[in-house]
Design a protein around this ligand. Structure first.
Ligand code: ADP
Length: 193
């Protein structure tokens, strides 16, 4: 099973991805986490992406694509995965599509978590205050940039998947439990039909 989670920063992708990964027993791949780990380890990849991440900009498509393709070849992902934070641009989506066709795989569902901007600011502020290790990109100015970039890039990705009838819009302002129940109901229906 391949599930793609879309949604602006603070929409709750990480939370839902963790639940779905546990529920379906498939790994969760967050490109944001891969980059944050790489930065913490000061690896070559970390050095390559930190400049972009710290400004709230997107990492270059080619860097992201190389990482995802490399991951997809690992055995742990052979039963599927929950993708969080990828694809983020139309070229990433198109490239990913080509790769899935080559591997005779297909995306089961693209979940689009919809949350108002006002609510996003509230949530990220809370996350930044609660966490001891604050994310280097969780501050107002950079967050604004991340949301703007998301709005600009994600539309094309969502349209791309909407044409393939893969998108399910979920009200992400509901409690995390309700969001999860809504998603599971939809996925179960998809599996039965
Ligand atoms: P957010 O909560 O902003 O959605 P993520 O954890 O998904 O955060 O990503 C953090 C940062 O990592 C992004 O702002 C971007 O710089 C980089 N990043 C993550 N995924 C991608 C991607 N698919 N393409 C380009 N950059 C990415």
């Amino acid at each position: 099973m391949i599930i793609v989670l879309m949604g602006p920063p603070g929409a709750g992708k990480g939370t839902q991805a963790a639940h779905l990964s546990k529920h379906f027993n498939i790994p969760h791949l967050s490109t944001g986490d891969v980059f944050r780990n790489a930065m913490a380890n000061e690896s070559t990849l970390g050095e390559k992406v930190k400049f972009y991440i710290n400004k709230g900009e997107l990492a270059p498509d080619q860097v992201v694509i190389d990482i995802v393709l490399q991951k997809l070849d690992q055995k742990v992902f052979s039963k599927g995965l929950v993708l969080d934070g990828f694809p983020r641009t139309l070229s990433q989506a198109e490239m990913f599509d080509g790769e899935l066709v080559r591997k005779k795989l297909a995306i089961d569902l693209v979940l689009n978590l919809v949350v108002s901007e006002q609510e996003l600011y509230k949530r990220i502020e809370k996350r930044a205050n609660e966490n001891v290790t604050r994310r280097s990109d969780d501050n107002d100015k950079i967050l604004k940039n991340r949301i703007e970039i998301y709005n600009r890039q994600a539309r094309a990705v969502i349209d791309f998947y909407r044409k393939k009838d893969l998108v399910f819009d979920v009200d992400g302002a509901q409690t995390a439990n309700l969001v999860l129940t809504t998603i599971l109901n939809k996925l179960n229906l998809r599996i039965i039909c």
